[in-house]
Design a protein around this ligand. Structure first.
Ligand code: FES
Length: 146
């Protein structure tokens, strides 16, 4: 049911953790299943993503897609990071079962939320970046794992 790459990223997720004093942090929830994802971005003065970490209280597909998404955005500029859509992440994982496609949105939306946070804090406009839809406020208590 799951591809080898999905299993690999689920069992050995890359970039799990958090970044202290991150340039941007985004937390989103998936209304469908209640799962939660938080992304941390470390962005340098040239707007290049130097480091990225994630934490999730989410399913295996959410872990795998986030792990792959962090690998894909690392080293990109904030503008280029917008090309890392859930579709691109799924392709990089050789596909996801149809019922799990919504899980891959969590990774994309969390990255967008973190980019939005970065842009707001630094007074930067990122062309094409939409305000995150289901950003969960930082002051809300969320349970975290991973
Ligand atoms: Fe919730 Fe996958 S079932 S993110």
């Amino acid at each position: 049911m799951y591809t080898e790459k999905v299993m690999d990223h689920f069992q050995h997720p890359r970039n799990v953790g958090e970044i202290e004093n991150a340039s941007g942090v985004g937390t989103v929830g998936n209304a469908k299943c209640g799962d939660i994802m938080r992304m941390y971005l470390d962005i340098d003065d040239n707007q290049v993503i130097q480091d990225v970490k994630f934490k999730t209280f989410g399913c295996g597909a959410a872990v795998a897609t986030s792990s792959m998404a962090t690998e894909l955005v690392k080293g990109l500029t904030v503008q280029e990071a917008l090309t890392v859509t859930n579709k691109a992440v799924m392709e990089a994982l050789d596909g996801l079962p149809p019922v799990k496609v919504h899980c891959s949105l969590l990774a994309e939306e969390a990255i967008h939320a973190a980019l939005w946070d970065y842009a707001e804090k630094h007074g930067i406009h990122i062309e094409g970046l939409q305000k995150p839809k289901n950003d969960i406020h930082e002051d809300e208590e969320v349970e975290e794992e991973y």
